[in-house]
Design a protein around this ligand. Structure first.
Ligand code: ZN
Ligand code: ZN
Ligand code: ZN
Ligand code: ZN
Length: 336
């Protein structure tokens, strides 16, 4: 089934007229990612468009890569996998994970932080810039990208290889407009493809687009549910929570509560919070809440090492939801 058309190609970039039977839009010949109804419209838009035409070209290139569906092998990674450094299972919700744009390897955020701190301690000369403070990749020794451009180039190469987590990380850039033209449609396409390549956390985020009908993606609750299930079955507890909330919204309380209990037992706080809310509203019993709280506590003993507990709450928030990028990327984004 063909993917939905990006909004930029559905209507004139200057006057907003929609394409139709009697109006064929022409695309900007440089980026091919915006369209106009005639030469006058293109001319009037050029002054502002020329500043972002090059960045739009990058967006279009990515979509073309996705359209030609990379055949590179999908990276086999599930939340059950352990962090290769501390050997503690990776966080089940897909957050607080550091992704290296150079080689696509992942560690838990706690290990990445320790690695950075150790490198700082071992320095003999003071760092000359923020980039200089960051150690090279602990797996392939590639230096940390020094600009957004360099980071995006490395990420694009990962995407060409079919790396689902590279796609997901790039999606974060498009959601935030970091070094690219902010574009939820491109983000959606990257997330959808990442989900098809086995990323459970991307499945959840792609599902949200279908649930809400965002960015020109037609609202489709069945598809949303399908993706949430994909994420939940892939072991992503945030996706399981979202599936539970989705079922409750559809008034399928029994199914919804069952999913929330599973997510809570995997150590996901939001699931327990939602069950507590359900208790307040009267569709969850006190016993169920207590039982889930106990299970959550037990799960935390397994997935929260001391190092992970030590991650500053502010850092945790930085990793929240839309921000699927690593802390390095988040820092880079701030620098522009
Ligand atoms: Zn026009
Ligand atoms: Zn252009
Ligand atoms: Zn670790
Ligand atoms: Zn690397």
């Amino acid at each position: 089934m063909p993917e939905p058309t990006p909004l930029q190609l559905q209507a004139c970039g200057a006057c907003g007229k929609s394409a139709g039977e009697d109006l064929k839009l022409k695309r900007c010949s440089a980026c091919k990612y915006v369209s106009y109804c005639n030469a006058d419209c293109q001319k009037s838009a050029w002054k502002s468009h020329k500043k972002i035409c090059e960045k739009h070209k990058f967006s279009k290139e990515l979509l073309d890569i996705l359209d030609s569906s990379p055949t590179g092998e999908a990276i086999d990674w599930t939340p059950e996998t352990e962090c290769p450094i501390c050997m503690v299972p990776m966080p089940h919700d897909g957050r607080n994970i550091n992704y290296s744009v150079c080689c696509g390897k992942m560690t838990c955020q706690a290990c990445f932080t320790q690695h950075s701190q150790a490198a700082m301690k071992n320095r003999t000369t003071p760092p000359t810039s923020l980039f200089d403070m960051m150690p090279p990749c602990s797996f392939c020794r590639h230096p940390v990208p020094r600009s957004n451009e360099e980071r995006l180039t490395l990420l694009k190469a990962r995407i060409k290889l079919g790396d689902a987590h590279g796609m997901e990380t790039m999606a974060g850039s498009f959601l935030n407009g970091a070094g690219v033209v902010k574009d939820e449609y491109v983000a959606f396409r990257l997330l959808k493809q990442a989900a098809d390549h086995g990323s459970a956390s991307a499945a959840r985020m792609a599902g949200q687009f279908y649930e809400l009908g965002n960015a020109g993606v037609p609202k489709d609750l069945e598809k949303a549910k399908e993706l949430y299930i994909m994420g939940a079955e892939g072991g992503n507890s945030l996706s399981r929570t979202q599936l539970g909330m989705f079922e409750i919204k559809q008034e399928n309380y029994v199914e919804g509560i069952a999913h929330l209990k599973i997510a809570a037992a995997a150590g996901h706080d939001l699931a327990l919070d939602t069950l507590k809310q359900g208790r307040g509203l009267g569709f969850v019993s006190e016993e169920e809440v207590l039982e889930s709280a106990k299970a959550l506590h037990a799960a935390k003993e397994v997935i929260e090492s001391d190092a992970r507990k030590a991650i500053h709450p502010m850092m945790r928030n930085m990793m929240d939801d839309k921000d699927v990028t690593s802390s390095v990327n988040a820092t880079l984004d701030k620098l522009g």
